[in-house]
Ligand binder design. Structure first.
Ligand SMILES: C[C@H]1O[C@@H](n2cnc3c(N)ncnc32)[C@H](O)[C@@H]1O
Ligand SMILES: [Zn+2]
Length: 434
């Protein structure tokens, strides 16, 4: 007997070798998808009726700072350097472990409710993030954000912390958690430090998560400092590889794009954050045309201001169209791939498709809504019409985290209350320092 059978749904497989099924069945056993078909004789402990709904792989959010939910709407409408240096960093200086715990719980609740099954996080107090991920049931690739600021001693301490976190957390929660190195960015970490991180990551067989060429200011700073841009500098020190997840990548030249593609770097596109901070427009269609693996991320809640992947998909599609002045640029199907298949590839997950032997990381999207009718084309609706609150069920590793809008893996109201309380106390400490 199987664990879960989802029946009567429109199965959007995202699997190039298996077309969508209009009225199909997904069978789940031991955390894996064991069958995707039109009909089954199989029985299960749990049978989910997905009538009027789309059954699809859950989203992979490839760039977050989950704990920053506590800064949602805190310092809006500012340029990145002012925002980060004068508002966010001073506030983050007051963060405690329990703040990050509360903020990350709020983030995980929001992600479960909006259909995200895995996220790549870079932040502080990562042990707390690990605990939250372990309990929540989500998957995550976690990294301690190392900010060296050209201070050799600080660099040593940061690398030690990054390594200690990886040693303790990589592979935890039945393999739902992986741990990465998280050097913050080439304009906050020295070349020497980044070389050390690269060496250490190779030795430890750990991946690397980093911000790259997010702003024009970074590009100019790098040119002044090294006579070349971040991508060229990182390439010169052999930093790149398929184990690198580079967030933003806005200010790329054609040559930079070739370097990223040739090194199989995973690129996390964060259009909402890039628009809100007026960082610029990443050359996504050019990267995809080259065959680069481009996935999607929301960035933190202080620059978005939510973790919803539906909104991120729509924004990505619209932004490329207006950037290229081509309405055919980044069509719905391709942006869905970025949010599922490509994200899973970036984090090395056996997820991102509804396919036999893949992880049972499945969401069910309710299409019986005014704003989703009539329905001609499912990918179109998912990208251009649907929203976070249309997700009714979220399953990760075969565990139902949300069942028909009811969150089962945490006490929703308690998580909201504790997040709000933590933010309130944190902000009174921040104000007291002013
Ligand atoms: C891990 C560190 O990254 C910071 N952080 C959050 N958002 C961004 C962004 N868009 N660009 C650069 N750094 C960012 C966090 O505020 C934290 O200090
Ligand atoms: Zn970021």
């Amino acid at each position: 007997m199987a664990d879960i059978i989802i029946k009567n749904g429109y199965i959007l497989t995202m699997d190039p070798s298996l077309e969508s099924i209009k009225n199909g069945v997904v069978v789940i056993e031991d955390g894996r998808i064991t069958d995707v078909c039109e009909n089954t004789e199989e029985t299960a402990d749990t049978v989910i009726d997905a009538q009027g709904s789309v059954v699809m792989p859950g989203f992979v959010n490839t760039h977050t700072h989950a704990g920053m939910t506590l800064f949602r709407g805190y310092a809006d409408d500012l340029a990145l350097s002012d925002w980060l240096e004068n508002h966010i960093w001073p506030a983050e200086a007051e963060l405690t472990a329990s703040d990050v715990y509360a903020g990350t719980r709020l983030a995980c609740l929001e992600m479960i409710k909006s259909g995200t099954i895995a996220f790549a996080d870079m932040y502080f107090f990562m042990e707390e993030v690990g605990k939250v991920v372990e309990d929540s049931g989500l998957r995550a690739a976690l990294s301690y954000g190392m900010i060296e600021l050209w201070d050799e001693e600080k660099g040593k301490a940061e690398l030690k912390k990054g390594k200690a976190f990886i040693n303790e957390w990589d592979g935890k929660a039945d393999g739902r958690i992986s741990a990465m190195y998280g050097p913050h960015a080439p304009n906050t970490c020295s070349k020497e430090f980044l070389m050390k991180v690269r060496e250490q990551a190779t030795e430890d067989n750990a991946k690397i998560h980093i911000h790259v060429l997010e702003t024009e200011a970074e590009l100019n700073q790098m040119k002044d400092q090294y006579g070349m841009c971040s991508v060229n500098m990182l390439d010169e020190i052999d930093f790149f590889g398929p184990d690198v997840l580079a967030a933003h990548c806005v200010w790329l030249s054609d040559g930079d794009m070739d370097i990223l593609r040739n090194n199989n770097v995973n690129i996390s596109h964060n259009p909402v954050s890039n628009m809100k901070l007026a960082s610029g427009i990443a050359p996504v269609t050019k990267l995809l045309d080259r065959g680069a693996n481009v996935c999607l991320g929301t960035d933190g809640c202080a620059s978005n201001n939510n973790l919803g992947m539906f909104e991120e998909m729509k924004t990505a599609a619209l932004l490329q169209k207006v950037e290229t002045m081509d309405p055919m640029a980044l069509p719905a199907r391709q942006v869905l791939e970025m949010a599922t298949v490509n994200g899973a590839k970036a984090l090395d997950l056996n997820s991102g498709m509804i396919r036999k032997d893949y992880n049972a990381d499945v969401i069910i999207v309710d299409m019986n809504k005014a704003h989703l009718n009539p329905l001609y084309d499912v990918p179109s609706h998912l990208v251009y019409s649907a929203g976070s609150s249309d997700v009714r069920t979220t399953i990760v590793n075969g565990r139902v985290l949300m069942d028909d809008y009811r969150v089962l893996c945490m006490d929703e109201q308690k998580v909201i209350d504790e997040g709000r309380d933590a933010a309130e106390k944190l902000m009174s400490r921040v104000d007291a320092k002013k």
